[in-house]
Design a protein around this ligand. Structure first.
Ligand code: FMN
Length: 172
């Protein structure tokens, strides 16, 4: 079972979380910065993909992240990822950007779905304080939102719970 962690970052917080998650998930490949990857076709070689994406383009419908993910979205949507499992974590600020909390997760989620991947790692919204988020799908977030700006004290627990959830859902 090959599982990779991919992230993009502007100020380093998503990279830090990717490293911390890697420490909790033995057997998963070391995190890779999307900015160092020219071609997303390497996703074809994996059974599971964990993606970290921050939100910078507040209120935008498209290219919400403002990172290297934005220019990869169409390529991801064009892959054939049937049978592969994908989980997304997002970095945002639920206090300052409470009406757009972690909006970028859902955009990435939609392109992986388009590629036929099975999306896992959904998280209930109960323990978060925010007004609106495009990343709420049904009753849940379509991934794990993390807030290193306003709620960093909750990150360890959120990461531990999610890593346990992923071990079950990704099956390793
Ligand atoms: C100009 C600016 C715009 C931002 N827009 C949003 C936003 O719309 N939604 C959100 O949840 N967080 C927003 N954030 C917070 C960042 O997503 C957050 O600081 C994140 O941890 C940055 O991750 P990075 O260090 O990996 O780039 C914004 C921050 C700045 C400075």
């Amino acid at each position: 079972m090959a599982v990779g962690i991919y992230f993009a970052t502007t100020t380093g917080k998503t990279e830090d979380i990717a490293e911390r998650l890697h420490g909790l998930l033995s057997g998963v490949n070391s995190p890779k910065d999307l900015a160092d990857i020219s071609d997303v076709s390497e996703f074809n070689d994996l059974d599971g993909i964990i993606c970290g994406i921050p939100t910078w383009n507040t209120g935008a419908d498209s290219e919400r992240s403002g990172t290297a993910w934005d220019s990869m979205l169409e390529d991801i949507g064009g892959l054939s990822l049937g049978g592969k499992k994908v989980a997304i974590f997002g970095l945002g600020d639920s206090s300052t950007y409470t009406e757009n909390f972690c909006d970028a997760m859902e955009e990435l989620h939609s392109y992986f779905k388009k590629a036929g991947a099975t999306m896992v790692g959904y998280v209930g919204k109960g323990s978060y304080t925010f007004e609106e988020s495009k990343s709420v799908v049904g009753d849940s977030f379509c991934g794990l939102p993390l807030d290193e700006d306003s709620e960093s004290d909750l990150t360890d627990e959120r990461l531990e719970n999610w890593s346990k959830q992923l071990k079950g859902e990704l099956g390793f």
